[in-house]
Design a protein around this ligand. Structure first.
Ligand SMILES: [Zn+2]
Ligand SMILES: [Zn+2]
Length: 771
């Protein structure tokens, strides 16, 4: 027995539910330290009789892949520690600890899954302290089995043995199970009758897929629609999504390589434990059947969303396909959303879609979580872009499974709840200087999504101990559903409602995500309600936590029919052409005369997104938007084909704070239609139109950067870009070059989505400063 000094170490970060306490116990044993470790709500407490810095250093090599120590502190106390190091039960109480994300099955568990001699052979729920579902099974904190949906499955004696054995990698693993005690899969026919159970249900599912079935499979955080990519045509017809891009899940990395270009950052993201869907550029030299499947999956686009299996379920599905002689290298795997609803959670909701069969399990989903979608960052050094969880570099389009929660620092200690805008809504709560943002919620035009938004707000306030919020933040738009629910919530609690202009929230979200304060920011976006009541979307700010000052914007142009022009981008092209002194032939005489008559009365906007829509209509003939962002995404494919962008052609003087739009449109028409009158889609995306479009876009970005850098002396030469258009790689490339050419440093989005998924983060950060 020895007597020593006693130290209490408090550790914060992703330290609960990730095998942290067992790692501490193992490290302590190897260093022969006495003491204990315990989850203490907001942190993990370690008591030990060793010098804290030495202890923490000795701990590092023992940590699992999911654990992340963000900071730690210690104090010396009077007391004695003796005997072996112990793991103490959690203390109930304050609940503001970061809860861990779901992470892909680890290599060791995967080996067990495919080892005939192992007791978990072909068992889809195999996991350990290093891997598995977390966010989607946790009901409340601190993280313990009885506070997860695994509480319905008491451990058998063998699992209990592993759980209590300090030498096992399942020591204190809260969600472990086995075929004897855990959840199970069943396969249901279209009539919802049980057709098979256990491994047989995977075989039955595979046979149905092989036979052309359009099926639904229940995973960790919701339900997915799956089919053989060869049957995408019939899937689109049945699911009622004619052009919307679908993601494909590939069996392995080598197949992904044969289908799409795979820069290092994309490869790293694909195989990271977060396993996001990564948007990759299709290969022109891929085999014909691969190319046609990709064209069916994302019609008219250069890019395709691909991801790798992340749960035992997916690995078993590919294995079962092999067993029934349908050796598919990939399958369609997309969220199963009944029309206007969030992703389905149970077979009752999913059965509204009327699939040919259902592969489902009997574990309750505690929290819905869609797949994350990421554009990998091609820029490398020379730009400011923070690495996300698991060292991923990229711009999250949708931050969800594997990437949430991802606590981020905000410049205040207030408790704020914020609701985002309308599309790609997320909910954020802040507390003690950190922001916790929910996974992607959806489009709140749909009543079911509004309900889900409220659920998410409730869950996050509860989990992170922010039930007593000090203010509620929302958008300026008078008619957003999120504004209504924010107002109701603020009234109910008698706390202030703080309304934040949409694009200032974008700029603030960039400051939070990049941890850079004080920079010029250009926000290239769809539309958001402006201070003057007009739809903004091409904005230039000087941003700091003191103030986000609008120093310039795109010249206002017409949106004939207001919101309707979002669905009919050729109307905007028509307006711009008329304004430029040329009458664009949009092929419909009646519509054209109505537009001409209403020309001067059209709503005005400064939106970059709407300008890109108009370009897409003019150059590619995209006259109808069938899904969110379609015209701009189609245009991105055209822009990326530009070889010699004709920038000089479009150079025009900046008048005050306004970047010229109509003048550039006039130049474009003159160059495109030397002979004859302009006609929609006439040039159908030829090479010259790619060079012209890129020239025009590039010169606009150049002017925005120019205006943004003017009169800024406290921005340390930093210039950022945000907004829903800031995923567009050709536009980002133009931005990065323009900023660097002026000797400044580009700041890009990384841990917060550039689009509206980041709005709630910016709102919460700003609102706390305004209280
Ligand atoms: Zn594992
Ligand atoms: Zn068991």
């Amino acid at each position: 027995m020895r007597k020593a000094d006693m130290y209490i170490i408090r550790v914060r970060g992703v330290v609960q539910g990730v095998g942290f306490r067992p790692s501490v116990a193992r490290a302590a044993a190897s260093m022969e330290a006495s003491g204990y470790v315990r989850n203490d709500g907001s942190h993990v407490t370690i008591a030990c009789d060793m010098e804290p810095a030495r202890f923490m250093e000795g701990l590092l090599p023992h940590l699992g892949p999911m654990a992340r120590v963000e900071d730690w502190s210690f104090e010396e106390v009077d007391g004695e520690l003796e005997g072996p190091f112990r793991i103490l039960p959690s203390v109930e109480g304050e609940m503001d600890s970061p809860l861990p994300p779901d992470t892909a099955i680890c290599d060791r568990c995967l080996r067990e899954l495919t080892d005939r001699a192992d007791r978990r052979f072909l068992y889809p729920f195999t996991n350990c302290t290093d891997c598995g579902a977390r966010y989607t099974v946790i009901d409340s904190l601190p993280y313990d089995r009885q506070r997860t949906s695994m509480k319905d499955f008491p451990m058998c004696s063998r699992c209990q043995g592993e759980y209590s054995d300090q030498g096992s990698r399942r020591f204190h693993a809260q969600t472990i199970s086995c075929p004897d005690c855990g959840p199970r899969y069943r396969f249901l026919g279209s009539d919802l009758e049980v057709r098979a159970e256990g491994w047989d249900s995977f075989l039955e599912c595979a046979r149905s897929l092989k036979g052309g079935g359009r099926l639904i499979v229940k995973g960790w955080g919701g339900m997915h629609i799956i089919c053989d990519p060869a049957n995408l045509g019939s899937l689109r017809e049945w699911y009622g999504r004619p052009y919307k891009p679908f993601a494909l899940m590939a069996r392995d990395l080598s197949f992904v390589e044969s289908a799409a270009h795979l820069p290092d950052s994309a490869r790293k993201a694909l195989i990271s434990p977060a396993r996001p869907i990564v948007l990759l550029k299709k290969r022109d030299d891929a085999p014909g059947w691969v190319r046609s499947a990709m064209e069916m999956a994302s019609p008219g686009l250069d890019s395709i969303g691909i991801y790798l299996p992340y749960s035992g379920i997916h690995h078993l599905l590919f294995r079962a396909l092999g067993s029934v002689g349908a050796d598919l290298p990939w399958i369609v795997m997309t969220s199963a959303n009944p029309p206007g609803e969030p992703m389905a959670l149970d077979v009752g909701e999913a059965s509204k879609l009327g699939a040919d069969g259902y592969l489902v399990h009997d574990r309750r989903i505690s929290a819905r979580c869609d797949d994350s979608v990421l554009v990998s960052d091609p820029f490398g050094d020379g730009v400011i872009a923070r690495e996300g969880p698991f060292s991923i570099r990229g711009f999250p389009v949708r931050k969800a499974r594997g990437l949430v929660p991802d606590p981020l620092e905000v410049p205040h200690g207030r408790k704020i709840l914020s609701f985002g805008a309308e599309r790609n809504v997320t909910v954020t709560v802040t507390r003690e200087g950190r922001a916790y943002t929910s996974p992607y919620v959806g489009n709140t035009r749909h009543p079911e999504v509004v309900d889900y938004t409220l659920d998410s707000a409730g869950r996050f306030m509860y989990l992170f101990g922010a039930g007593d919020v000090e203010a509620v933040a929302c958008d300026l738009h008078p008619r957003y559903e999120t504004v209504k629910i924010a107002r109701e919530m603020a009234d109910e609690r008698s706390v202030p409602l703080i309304r934040i202009q949409h694009h200032r929230a974008h700029a603030a979200s960039l400051m939070v995500g990049s941890a850079v304060e004080g920079m010029g920011v250009i926000v290239v976006d769809g539309v958001g309600y402006g201070d003057d009541g007009l739809p903004w979307g091409g904005e230039i700010f000087h941003a700091s936590w003191e103030d986000i000052d609008r120093v310039g914007h795109l010249q206002y142009f017409g949106l004939p029919g207001g919101d309707a022009s979002v669905y009919h981008p050729e109307r905007i092209a028509h307006w711009l052409s008329m304004e430029a002194g040329s009458d664009l032939d949009i092929g419909d005489e009646k519509v054209r005369s109505i537009l001409a008559a209403s020309h001067s009365g059209a709503v005005r906007t400064s939106s970059m997104g709407r300008l890109l829509d108009a370009l897409s209509a003019l150059l590619l003939g995209v006259t109808w938007r069938s899904y969110d962002g379609e015209p701009a995404m189609r245009l991105e494919s055209l822009l990326s084909r530009a070889r010699e962008p004709e920038i000089e052609l479009f150079s025009l003087p900046v008048r005050g704070r306004e970047v010229d739009v109509v003048g550039r449109w006039r130049i474009l028409l003159e160059e495109l239609f030397v002979n004859g009158s302009p006609k929609i889609g006439d040039r159908s995306g030829d090479r010259r139109s790619a060079d012209l479009a890129m020239g025009m876009v590039r010169s606009i970005i150049s002017d925005m950067v120019e205006v943004g850098m003017k009169g800024v002396d406290d921005n340390e030469g930093k210039m950022g870009i945000s907004g829903g258009v800031a995923y567009d790689i050709p536009i980002l490339e133009a931005f990065v070059e323009e900023v660097k050419a002026r000797g400044m440093t580009p700041v890009l989005h990384s841990r917060v989505p550039p689009g509206d998924g980041g709005i709630s983060v910016g709102q919460a950060a700003l609102a706390g400063r305004m209280l």
